[in-house]
Design a protein around this ligand. Structure first.
Ligand SMILES: O=C(O)c1ccccc1N[C@@H]1O[C@H](COP(=O)(O)O)[C@@H](O)[C@H]1O
Length: 207
């Protein structure tokens, strides 16, 4: 049996981070894509990430960034998450481990993508909505995920305390990633939904 890792994404407030850490969440995501209403600037990133304790990963989320922007954020991050059309060469060009987010459009060939992004630590699978790079709050048909893939799967897209137990039971991903499903409003987390999400993942793991 393997414990399903949990990443909560889109933090903008210290109190929400404190709660996530207390709940035992494995990774905290900071949206470094300025067009998102959940984004933080580099001063906020520095302040928030400095208080994250040991053994909790600080993940920076990027959408087709410049190399200079990633480099500027790097001192405050443990892992990079790329959500745009970044090439494998670009993703691998920084001194950090990284994961590649893939949106589940009808034509996607996951075996091919797993080979293409072989240097990634994992593939994050998200719902596809044309013109939006992610964070839509929408889920996709989990049965489209092959039972075996060359890279660990991080399941994302429309996960909530209400559906995550079924998602974990069905997909058995390496990790789950959630943003909107644990929010009270855009960028502000809901403490009871965070706690409920963590509980539901643990229950699914024990099933
Ligand atoms: O959250 C954002 O604003 C965002 C913007 C651009 C790309 C990805 C974004 N979020 C990530 O999308 C998935 C799914 O989010 P949700 O749970 O459906 O709201 C997740 O990895 C977020 O971190």
């Amino acid at each position: 049996m393997q414990r399903t890792r949990i990443k909560f994404c889109g933090f903008t407030r210290q109190a929400d981070i404190d709660m996530a850490v207390a709940l035992g969440v494995d990774a905290l995501g900071f949206v470094m894509w300025p067009k998102s209403s959940r984004s933080v600037d580099i001063e906020q990133l520095a302040g928030l990430s400095a208080k994250v304790p040991a053994f909790v990963s600080r993940v920076g989320l990027f959408v087709d960034p410049s190399a200079e922007w990633v480099e500027a954020c790097l001192p405050h991050l443990d892992l990079l998450q790329f959500h745009g059309d970044e090439t494998p060469e670009f993703c691998a060009g920084f001194d950090r481990p990284w994961i590649k987010a893939l949106r589940m459009r009808d034509t996607i060939d996951l075996a091919f993508e797993a080979e293409r992004y072989a240097q990634s630590q994992a593939l994050l699978l998200d719902a596809y909505r044309p013109g939006t790079p992610g964070g839509t709050g929408e889920s996709f048909d989990w049965s489209r995920i092959p039972a075996t893939l060359a890279k660990p799967v991080i399941l994302a897209g429309g996960l909530t305390p209400e559906n995550v137990s079924q998602a974990v039971h069905q997909v058995r991903p390496y990790a789950v990633d959630v943003s909107g499903g644990i929010e009270a409003s855009r960028g502000c987390k809901d403490a009871s939904r965070m706690a409920s999400f963590v509980r539901q993942v643990a229950l699914a793991d024990a099933r």
